[in-house]
Design a protein around this ligand. Structure first.
Ligand code: UDP
Ligand code: MG
Length: 320
C-alpha cells in the first residue's frame, strides 16, 4: 500500500474564542473526508481572551490537534511561521480562524498539490470585506506586484497551500518581519493560483486596525524591494541635472545680455540652489542604497519566541 501523504493545516489565532467552535465543526469533517493523514496546528498569538483555554480543552477531544502557544502577540505572519516550524505534513495549508476562508475549499487546494504544484495561491471570489479594505487591497496588490516583481493577483487571501520544500525554504529564511505569501513565491518551483470562496467573518472583529494594516503594507514593501529607496536616488539625480542645465542656461544668457539681465545674481542663486538640493537628494539616495543592502544582509532575526507546544494525547492509538 502506498503511504498516505500528510496534510498540515496551520491556523493563527488572536482573540478568536468565538470562532474556534464553528471553525473546528466545519474543518475536521472536511479533513476526515480527504483520505490523507492530517494535523491541525493552531497557533495562539498571545490572545487576551479565552482562545487558549478553549484550545487546551479541544486537545482532549481532538486527535491530530497541535497547539502552539506564543509568549505574546507577534502578528499573523510570525504566528504562521511558528505553525510552519511545528508542522510535519508534506503539504501545508494556512487559513484564517474566522471562517472567512471556508474549510470546504481545502480539497480544491489538495487537488492542486496532487497535480504536482508546490505553491497554491488563491484569489478571493466574491470577497466579503468592507469597500475600503477591498480598495486598499487592490491598490496594494498592484503596487506590490509592480515593485517586487512578484506576479500574484491576490496577496491577501491566507487560504494557501505550500509544499514541505517551500515551507522549509521559508523557515530557513527567518526574517524579522515578513509577508509569507510573497516570500513563498521565491521558493516555489511550480506555483498556481486558483479561485476560492470568501465569506464574512463569522464572529468577533477584524484584528487589523488601520495602523496594523498600514504597517503590514510597509513590511511587504520594504521587505521585498528597494525601490522606495531608489526613488530618492532618481529624484536627486533628476534635480541635480536640472539644476546644472539651468545654471548653464543662465550663464549663457548672462554672457549674452550682460550683467543687467540676471537680476543682480538672483537667478544664478536659484540655479546653484537647485543643483545643491539635487546633490543632497542624490547623496541621500546613495546612502539609502547602502542602508538597503545592510538591511538585506541583517534580516536574520528570529521571528518569534516560543511559549510552549502541546500535542493531543489520545488513549487509543491514532491508527498506525
Ligand atoms: N491574527 C493573528 N495575530 C494578529 C492578528 C491576526 O494571529 O496579530 C490572526 C487572526 O486570528 C485570524 C487571521 O490572523 O485568524 C486573520 O486576521 P483577521 O481575520 O482579523 O484579518 P482580516 O480578515 O481582517 O484581514
Ligand atoms: Mg478575517
Amino acid at each position: 500500500m502506498v503511504e498516505k501523504k500528510k496534510l498540515s493545516v496551520v491556523i493563527p489565532m488572536y482573540n478568536e474564542e468565538e470562532s474556534i467552535g464553528p471553525l473546528f465543526d466545519r474543518l475536521f469533517p472536511v479533513l476526515e473526508g480527504l483520505d490523507l493523514d492530517y494535523e491541525v496546528v493552531c497557533v495562539n498569538d498571545g490572545s487576551k481572551d479565552k482562545t487558549l483555554e478553549i484550545l487546551e480543552a479541544e486537545l482532549k477531544r481532538r486527535p491530530n490537534l497541535v497547539v502552539v502557544n506564543l509568549a505574546r502577540n507577534f502578528g499573523q505572519h510570525a504566528a504562521v511561521m511558528a505553525g510552519f516550524a511545528e508542522s510535519s505534513g508534506q503539504w501545508v495549508i494556512t487559513m484564517d480562524a474566522d471562517l472567512q476562508n471556508p474549510p470546504e475549499e481545502i480539497p480544491k487546494l489538495v487537488e492542486e498539490f496532487k497535480k504536482g504544484h508546490d505553491l497554491v495561491g488563491t484569489i478571493r471570489k466574491g470577497r466579503q470585506d468592507s469597500r475600503f479594505r477591498k480598495l486598499a487591497s487592490r491598490i496594494t496588490n498592484r503596487i506590490v506586484s509592480r515593485i517586487s516583481g512578484i506576479s500574484l493577483q491576490d496577496f491577501g487571501c491566507m487560504l494557501r497551500g505550500y509544499s514541505r520544500e517551500v515551507v522549509n525554504g521559508i523557515l530557513q529564511n527567518p526574517e524579522y518581519r515578513t509577508f509569507i505569501p510573497a516570500l513563498a513565491t521565491f521558493f516555489a518551483r511550480n506555483p498556481v493560483e486558483i479561485y476560492v470562496r470568501h465569506e464574512e467573518r463569522s464572529a468577533g472583529q477584524s484584528k487589523y486596525s488601520l495602523l496594523k494594516l498600514f504597517s503590514l503594507q510597509l513590511d511587504l514593501m520594504t521587505g521585498f524591494s528597494m525601490w522606495p529607496l531608489r526613488i530618492l536616488f532618481f529624484v536627486g539625480s533628476f534635480m541635480a541635472v536640472f539644476g546644472l542645465v539651468t545654471a548653464c542656461l543662465i550663464l549663457a544668457l548672462r554672457l549674452y545680455y550682460g550683467p543687467g539681465w540676471a537680476a543682480e545674481g538672483v537667478f544664478t542663486l536659484f540655479a546653484a540652489l537647485f543643483f545643491l538640493v539635487g546633490c543632497q537628494f542624490f547623496a541621500l539616495g546613495l546612502l539609502g542604497e547602502y542602508i538597503g543592502r545592510i538591511f538585506q544582509a541583517v534580516r536574520k532575526r528570529p521571528t518569534y519566541i516560543l511559549g510552549w507546544i502541546k500535542k493531543a494525547e489520545m488513549v487509543e492509538g491514532k491508527g498506525a
